[in-house]
Design a protein around this ligand. Structure first.
Ligand SMILES: NC(=O)c1ccc[n+]([C@@H]2O[C@H](COP(=O)([O-])OP(=O)(O)OC[C@H]3O[C@@H](n4cnc5c(N)ncnc54)[C@H](O)[C@@H]3O)[C@@H](O)[C@H]2O)c1
Length: 281
């Protein structure tokens, strides 16, 4: 694989484009919003500067990495000639299905179509295409340039060649692949989100304050960040949406988002991105 397209230039998309360009791939970064593309390039440059300050990269590396990223506002133009597309657009089934239909229509027949979705069924996305054997989940963690894990999700029809290619590619960008089956929340969020939800329940019941809950989980369980701080970092709306998808997908009330989480999202308290969540920023 030499050429990769990334669809969606938000938090995850700019990080995914950054990492592929750093490992010598040509990257077409696609977003319907020109502003998002501008911000993404600025973010990549800022994060490359961080790597320069840490002595990981040189100024020349920065220039050559930025030159490898080309931006597009059209999926049709951006996906032609690429070997892999990683879709990292807004977490919404209808948006993603429509993007998968366009990817299928405009990409080469042998191009692999991957999604960075946190919770939407890979099998359902594959069913929106004529090539379900070439559709797979490639779930990067945030921040992408730093986090080592890529959770790789096989849909019901994903073939071995596709999985093997994506596992090899993940290793080539110096990340660690973990392959799982398709199920709501996969593994990472199926385990993480109920923990965050339980922390919100404990907070909402007044068992302790946010700092103490986070300190208990940090010092007691050796977690680098407490669950409420992590929820603020991920975005409370994102946490709520993933819990709702698991609640509906498993038809099990244990995954229903805590009422306080729903209330905070409705009040616009989304965590770091809105300036307030369980903490103020
Ligand atoms: N934020 C996280 O911590 C995190 C972690 C892992 C996975 N994810 C997943 O990654 C994906 C992206 O999340 P994010 O946090 O980067 O979202 P984001 O809101 O920061 O970015 C989404 C981008 O998609 C663009 N977009 C929307 N519809 C589009 C379309 N039809 N065509 C092209 N671009 C379109 C938007 O303009 C926006 O720039 C989601 O599926 C999310 O579940 C997020």
């Amino acid at each position: 694989m030499k050429k990769i397209a990334v669809i969606g230039a938000g938090t995850m998309g700019n990080g995914i484009a950054h990492v592929f360009a750093q490992f010598e791939f040509q990257v077409n970064l696609i977003d319907t919003s020109a502003t998002a593309l501008e911000k993404a390039l600025a973010n990549i440059a800022k994060n490359l500067d961080r790597q320069i300050n840490k002595g990981i990269l040189s100024n020349e590396d920065k220039i050559s990495i930025l030159q490898k990223v080309t931006t597009f506002t059209s999926i049709e133009l951006g996906v032609q000639e690429v070997d892999l597309i990683v879709e990292a657009a807004t977490e919404n089934s209808e948006i993603k299905k429509s993007i998968f239909q366009q990817m299928d229509q405009f990409a080469k027949p042998d191009c692999i179509l991957a999604s960075n979705t946190s919770s939407i069924s890979i099998t359902a996305l594959a069913n929106a295409t004529q090539r379900p054997s070439k559709v797979i989940g490639m779930h990067f963690m945030n921040p992408v340039p730093i986090m080592k894990l890529v959770e790789i999700i096989n849909g019901a029809a994903t073939d071995n060649e596709t999985t093997n290619n994506i596992v090899a590619l993940t290793k080539a960008i110096q990340k660690i692949p973990c392959v799982v089956k398709d199920a709501p929340g996969f593994i990472a969020n199926r385990i993480l989100m109920p923990m965050i939800n339980e922390a919100v329940y404990a907070f909402s019941a007044g068992i302790s304050d946010a700092e103490t809950i986070d300190t208990i989980m940090k010092l007691g369980m050796a977690h680098p960040m407490g669950p409420l701080q992590l929820a603020d970092y991920i975005g409370l709306d994102v946490c709520k949406n993933i819990l709702t998808i698991m609640h509906e997908g498993f038809n099990d009330a244990k995954y229903a988002p805590c009422p306080l989480l729903v209330e905070m999202v409705n009040a616009g308290k989304l965590g770091i991105k809105s300036g307030e969540g369980f903490y103020k920023y």
